[in-house]
Design a protein around this ligand. Structure first.
Ligand code: SF4
Length: 545
């Protein structure tokens, strides 16, 4: 079955999906392309596009270099699964030369709790999938116009601040959609999150579907629904359409929303085919009406919202609700070696817990007993991935950037590490545990710059005698109780001037902040013109290149 809006023309990708179901590319990789080479795939029209449904993108280097994305629903990995992923990275993710900052055979933790591997060769893919599937993991639909990895609070089931364990709900939704041909051809990517704590760890407002904890009319705990949130070029906070559900209704609710999107979403213009534009077009009442027509149960009205604020990260030592501890380790910009990821899994196994991936690109090891906590904190891995990092390294999030991504205008990961270290060395005490500094290499939002204290997106910039890499700079983003996107305050700042501009901004923040005020709150209070003036006090802006 294909959901199609009547009387609409179809864009190029829609026609590719109609010619052959995109999920079929997986078997073709196993049977043919991995044996006969990349050329055999390139000879099949549309096949490179269909690769996404198998969780694979061509790298910008072309040829036999691919990125592979592994879905990790809710960010939860068993100790054994983490070791399998780390070993795959060590065995297969080898580039022709080491990255000067990160070396070779590394992996990336993403803002959707996925793992990305680079430099994967076509002939190795069946063996990688065999290892993943043997350990209960998949890359199916990690990319493409279908349900992506389902987010959840990384410490679901463990946190004191939790009112309902969201992980089983996220897992059930993921199980329903993964490999489901009927729902694998949507107009665009389809992002879902389920949060059970009071701290919006699943980032409900920027997902197509966000489920947030709520007290229902009968006093039981369930979820309130938000729909149509997202970032990128048209950022939008998700709408409250006055619906709540019991946890056991989540799969049917998300299925029915996917049906609404599949049947009514735009398949003509890919710039406007995201679900947030459909929600905008229909409005909350009509969207609710369309949903009711497709859901198999009577929609009830929204319950009492229980979300209090946005937490942002889980770095550091925290007591679990069962008396054990979880320790959040800093993975600056989400990149770490496969060998270190194996070690994280080994530690989880030895200390009795598992490994969780967080949307801020850090990781958490759980289940450490009070008696062994000091021993855990002395483990050598924690010298490289500290539970007590500087505020800027802790908050640094970066997308893939122009090292691998064909859309990127600038390099992101190594630069974000450099800037974060510079700030941690020079800014002194900023009075908050993390400054969330998010860096996307283009106007897409893989690093979620719109919700950072400080956001960057890649641009070209002019200096007096050259066109150089630059960034737009935004300030003041957050989710949770005071959710708002950043204001883009300055355009096309040459990258070499950014550390100085950041230092000037942070110095000003330290001088002007009110008692308890956080960076995003301060920057929202100061007029943009003044903030721009501070940024421009360092270096020279001569506009876009
Ligand atoms: Fe590529 Fe842009 Fe996404 Fe970065 S934000 S990974 S540059 S598409």
């Amino acid at each position: 079955m294909q959901f199609l809006r009547e009387n609409k023309s179809l864009n190029r990708v829609e026609n590719i999906k109609l010619e052959r179901h995109p999920l079929e590319v997986r078997q073709a990789i196993i049977d043919t392309y991995s044996k006969e080479g990349v050329e055999s795939m390139n000879a099949v029209p549309g096949e490179v596009e269909r690769l996404k449904w198998a969780g694979i993108y061509p790298q910008k280097q072309g040829g036999n270099a691919f990125m592979m994305r592994i879905k990790v629903p809710g960010g939860v990995l068993s100790a054994g699964q983490a070791q399998v992923i780390g070993r795959i990275s060590a065995d297969f993710a080898e580039g022709p030369e080491p990255n000067p900052v990160f070396g070779n055979n590394f992996l990336d933790i993403t803002t959707r709790q996925d793992i990305q591997l680079h430099w994967i060769k076509m002939e190795d893919i069946p063996e990688i999938w065999r290892r993943l599937e043997e350990a209960g993991m998949t890359t199916v639909q990690a990319c493409g116009d279908s349900a992506r990895n389902v987010l959840s609070c990384p410490v679901s089931g463990l946190d004191h601040e939790e009112v309902v364990d969201a992980y089983p709900v996220a897992q059930a939704i993921s199980d329903f959609f993964t490999g489901n041909r009927e729902y694998a051809n949507l107009p665009r990517k389809f992002k879902m999150s389920v949060t059970g704590c009071l701290e919006d760890c699943g980032q409900a407002e920027i997902n197509d579907i966000g489920l947030l904890p709520a007290r229902l009319e009968d006093g039981s705990i369930g979820f309130n629904l938000r729909v149509g949130g997202g970032l990128s070029d048209g950022p939008r906070m998700a709408s409250d359409i006055d619906v709540s559900i019991r946890p056991e209704e989540a799969v049917e609710l998300t299925r029915a929303i996917a049906q609404v999107f599949g049947e009514l979403g735009d398949r003509d213009n890919r710039w406007t085919s995201r679900m947030r534009y459909l929600v905008q077009e229909l409005g909350p009442e009509e969207f609710r009406h369309q949903l009711q027509q497709r859901a198999s149960f009577e929609l009830r009205h929204a319950g009492e919202d229980l979300t209090e604020h946005y937490r942002g990260d889980h770095v550091g030592v925290h007591e679990q609700n069962d008396g054990d501890y979880y320790v959040g380790l800093n993975v600056t910009v989400g990149r770490m070696s496969g060998a270190d990821f194996v070690e994280a899994g080994r530690l989880a196994e030895e200390y009795g817990g598992d490994v969780r991936l967080a949307t801020d690109q850090n990781l958490v090891v759980t289940g450490i007993s009070a008696e062994r906590l000091d021993e855990f904190l002395a483990e050598p891995l924690l010298e490289r991935h500290s539970p007590n990092p500087g505020a800027f390294e802790r908050g640094a999030v970066a997308c893939t950037g122009n090292e691998f991504c064909r859309f990127a205008i600038v390099e992101t990961k190594a630069r974000a590490v450099e800037w974060a270290r510079h700030m941690d060395e020079n800014a002194g005490d900023v009075g908050q545990e993390a400054v969330r500094m998010h860096f996307s290499g283009c106007s897409a939002s893989c690093a979620q710059p719109q919700i950072g204290d400080i956001g960057f997106r890649g641009e070209t910039a002019k200096t007096e005698d050259a066109i150089v890499e630059g960034v737009d700079i935004g300030l003041g983003g957050s989710l949770g109780g005071d959710a708002a996107f950043i204001d883009w305050v300055e355009g096309a700042k040459p990258v070499d001037d950014v550390p100085g501009a950041l230092t000037a901004l942070v110095e000003r923040f330290k001088e002007e902040r009110r008692e308890g005020e956080r960076f995003h709150e301060w920057s929202r209070r100061i007029p943009n013109k003044e903030l721009r003036g501070t940024i421009r006090s360092v270096g020279r802006n001569r506009g876009r290149g």
